[in-house]
Design a protein around this ligand. Sequence first.
Ligand code: PFF
Length: 455
Amino acid sequence: MAGAVPEKASHGHWSSRYAFMLAAVGSAVGLGNIWKFPYEAGQGGGGAFVLIYLAFVFLIGTPVLVAELSLGRRGQLSPIGSMTKIAEAEGRSRLWSLIGWSGVVGGFLVLSFYSVIGGWTFAYVIEAATGNLHGITADGAGALFTSLLNDETKMLFGHALFMGVTIFIVAGGVEGGLEKAVVYLMPALFLLLIFMVIYSALTGDFGRTLSFLFAPDFTKINRDVALQAMGQSFFSLSLALGSIMTYGSYLTKDVKIGPSAVTIASADTGVAILAGLAIFPIVFAYGIEPGSGPGLIFASLPIAFGQMPFGDFVGTIFFALLAVAAITSAISLLEPTVSYVCEQVNHSREVVTVYVGGAIFALGLVSALSQGDSGIASFKIGGLDFLSALDFLTNNIMMPLGGLFIALFVGWFVSRKSMLDELAMEEKWFRVWYFLIRFVSPVAIGFVFYDILFG
Ligand code: PFF
């Protein structure tokens, strides 16, 4: 049959739809929602950013999520293997495998700095547990964060611990330990976030937060905000870095991809909005600059923990759960490279994971040392420190471009029949998705890029 891909799977599968959903939500919900979304919204002027972000998540990100899961399930291999196999089966050029390459390399790059930030959350678990946040002022919280960035031992230790845990879990296979961790800890994080929103609403400036996040100031919409919001929507949904495609390759045929993708995107967006609602009341009440950048949650939330009853305890739990959410995302970033290398070499999964993880750790050292005032920090790429430059390259260029090519491939180079067969959706929903992936996604992503390059 033309366009068909052999059914035989080359590796294990999720034990149930529930296991898959937990892993996919675990991948999507992470530092991107709680650390990155609030500070990017702050820099992008609040409501204007949030509005474009939501449009990108539901009109472009979710259809691309559906496309990636389908490609993974159809290919049943690593992103590079799957893309090559499907391109061949559809009678297309093997060059389409570049989508897989870009995902695997991008995931490798992202994890190298994601782990550094994951290390910050570990450092804050210790700060909270040892009472260092007790009664902390706004200035004190800002100073604590700056001192962390300049403390090379803490930065390297945090990074090493974060990568070590990630490697340990991935080496053992994604199905086992991950499932148990996610089933209790993700809901716990969600509940704690709701508690934080209530606490912040009662003690901080909630009115200003609502108008800041939800009353868009249209004069703030410009091409940089659009690019940032687009990059963030892809980052938050874990798109175009091979993660979702790899998780799709562990999917069984009976799982309905469309509804799963909508649930993943909604949960992910819900957590990001909750994080914004928890952080900005404190930001405004204490006169912190909303656009102050990557330190925003570390400069604001400790003030709340420093004041509330049992704040040391609540703060410890909060940062520990944030670390768990970050690890479930990191696992999904390591998995694509590991699955590709396992396909290529004759070594055990454990050995491959240690080598790949070790290489990512080594690259991450440069990002870790780029944050303080050390020698490496003076090395700038286009005015950005190494960590921020990698973030810009992956978030604003590789991920949206990857998304563009995934949309073009699935919308125009894979037969409609193959996609209909893979998605098994009602015709009317399929039509909506097909229209979004063929026209809306490529045009919107292309438009933002065109404007950046030639506008
Ligand atoms: N979605 C994760 C977050 O929001 O923290 C980060 C991430 C994981 C991005 C996996 C990309 C990816 F492939």
